[in-house]
Ligand binder design. Structure first.
Ligand code: B12
Ligand code: SF4
Length: 503
């Protein structure tokens, strides 16, 4: 019996940017008695159905965007006599769908780390259950990824999770509802062990695949003090101390290492934290800016962000501390107006963000926004074929409309065109060249241009473009420049690298 683990994708580029972490974690959770699982990441190449034999187990992980391709794989694998098991955020939200449309014998909801061995053993014994509740496992039970199973020369960045969950409650995000609001921080040793393993193999760029790398803010601590809440205070200070301990250990790793994470902009008010990040080689962070106006922030329950000039000051603090920002902005919020687009681009440029992404407000399942939208459109939702757009992920890829939240004054097309124009403006060659000054040499400036263009092209595809010629062009471009880009990220392996000592 072979265990297959598949990350579905309808598009394969041959080269991947970030390792899909769950594949290697689930491989790590596979008990030795089942042998080494066969991992397929379809963002590299398509799953070879001929490798599936009757009695094999095929584990498929889906998020909303790749669920339909996942269902195709599951249906075909089941027809070959395999036992099909789904997991991942989308299967957690819609377990019945995976059974009805994806040929699932079983669905795992929540974390797979602890429950996966049980699933495999019960499958082997012919006692598989329809559904398993993986729940939110404690950080001490997170399984380390099996990086020795990485295919040679295919990815640019490794990915290591340091914390799961986020205490905030943004309306467009499902993380706080699925992963929970209580931060589950892994031990420093577990994180460092994996990173050393990756560097030994020649990965010097590592994405810290966290929901929010700064789960405890100075405001949280001040509030606990004000409330004389001793228990809360000691919990928060312990979490904060662990973050600093992690960064101290990261700082002891080879100097050529570079980390990237996701963080809220509150970290800008914490110079000690930013300085520790810089020392720890965390040189970049995605910051969810979302909106440059107070009204926009209110729309998404993100009142802890700043707007206007204060926002520019906050974002610049990252830059001044030596941490590059990938600013993430949302267009199509109810309070947005045509003028918001230009002012957003202006703020992004004035704030000195190194990269930016401009996404259109999309109701993702599991979010507050999705629930409100689904309730509002109800049974009257427009359909493509038989499928209501509230189940847009089930519409075949080539007919799938981009689904955006309805807006009080602008049509989806107006929002899309204006969003596209902001992408084009922010990533115009002169603007990229100007931003490339943040790197020291001509060679690195050219690399910066290449990477900016790759980022922009890959996004045009998964993000906002609806015109298929543009999507195809973006795809070809991305395919062409992905290989040379990968070379920019690799380093000499360091097989003898030691784990830095505890302080
Ligand atoms: C890092 C990350 C990224 C990175 C890297 C992706 C990569 N190659 O790995 C980048 C920045 C590229 C990215 C991009 C996007 N992301 Co993202 N990303 C994440 C993040 C923060 C962590 C993912 C991760 O590595 N987790 C660690 C692993 C170990 O956990 P896991 O994937 O949950 O897997 C566990 C369980 O789910 C389960 N499991 C998973 N699969 C399977 C399969 C089986 C068989 C079993 C038994 C169990 C199982 O077991 C695993 C171990 O416990 C998640 C949030 C999150 N907390 O998961 C969002 C998240 C997955 N992303 C999300 C989104 C929306 C996106 C984008 C669409 C954003 C955008 N607007 O462009 C793009 C889409 C990219 C694409 N086409 O795939 C959403 C997905 C929502 C949804 N309903 O699908 C999430 C949940 C965040 C959110 N805001 O809600 N992302
Ligand atoms: S801060 Fe980020 S991860 Fe946390 S709920 Fe908001 S969008 Fe989600």
């Amino acid at each position: 019996m072979t265990v297959h683990i598949v990350n579905p994708s309808h598009l394969s580029f041959g080269v991947g940017v970030i390792t899909p972490r769950w594949l290697f974690v689930l491989a790590g959770a596979t008990p030795a008695e089942f042998g080494t699982p066969r991992i397929t990441d379809e963002t590299l190449e398509q799953f070879d159905m001929n490798t599936v034999a009757s009695g094999d187990v095929v584990g498929i992980g889906i998020h909303t965007g790749n669920a339909l391709r996942g269902y195709e794989i599951g249906t075909l694998a089941r027809a070959r006599g395999a036992t099909v098991v789904y997991g991942g955020i989308h299967a957690t939200l819609y377990p019945d769908e995976a059974r009805d449309l994806g040929g699932a014998h079983a669905v795992v909801r929540g974390d797979g780390d602890v429950v996966w061995p049980q699933v495999l053993r019960e499958a082997k014994a012919g006692m598989l259950q329809r559904q398993y509740e993986g729940g939110r496992v404690d950080a001490s039970s997170f399984v380390p990824a099996r990086w020795e199973l990485l295919p040679e020369g295919r990815y640019m960045w490794g990915s290591v999770q340091t914390v799961r969950g986020c205490p905030k409650h943004c309306s467009f995000c499902s993380v706080w509802r699925t992963d929970g609001q209580k931060p589950r921080q892994r031990t420093v040793d577990a994180v460092i062990g994996e990173i050393v393993e990756l560097r030994r193999r020649g990965y010097r760029f590592v994405a810290l695949a966290d929901d929010n790398f700064y789960p405890v803010t100075l405001t949280d601590i001040a509030m606990a003090k004000r409330q004389n809440n001793e228990a809360r205070l000691s919990e928060l200070t312990a979490l904060r101390a662990e973050r600093f301990e992690l960064m101290k250990r990261l700082a002891q790793l080879p100097r050529d290492m570079c980390f990237f994470t996701q963080i809220t902009m509150e970290a800008a008010e914490d110079p000690e934290f930013l300085a520790a990040m810089k020392k720890a080689h965390i040189l970049g962070a995605l910051v969810g800016v979302e909106s440059v106006t107070k009204e926009g922030l209110k729309d998404v329950y993100k009142g802890f962000n700043e707007a206007g000039d204060d926002l520019i000051i906050r974002l610049r603090k990252f830059r001044e501390a030596g941490v590059h920002v990938l600013g993430s902005f949302i267009f199509g919020l109810p309070s947005d107006r045509p003028a918001t687009f230009k002012s957003t681009q202006d703020v992004a440029q004035a704030a000195g963000v190194t990269f930016a992404q401009f996404v259109m407000l999309t109701p993702y399942p599991g979010t507050v926004d999705f629930e409100a939208w689904e309730k509002r459109v109800g049974a009257d939702a427009p359909r493509v074929g038989d499928i209501p757009i509230t189940r847009h992920w089930l519409i075949p890829q080539d007919q799938r409309p981009k689904v955006y939240a309805p807006h009080p004054v602008m049509s989806p097309d107006e929002i899309r065109q204006r969003t596209q124009a902001v992408w084009d403006g922010f990533y115009s060659l002169p603007n990229i060249w100007e931003r490339s000054k943040c790197t020291p040499t001509l060679k690195s400036r050219l690399a910066f241009v290449l990477i900016s263009k790759l980022y922009r092209q890959m996004y045009a595809n998964t993000g906002i473009a609806t015109d298929s010629a543009r999507v195809n062009r973006a795809n070809q471009w991305a395919r062409m420049i992905a290989k040379p880009c990968r070379r920019l990220f690799t380093a000499q392996p360091m097989p003898n690298l030691q784990v830095p000592m505890q302080s």
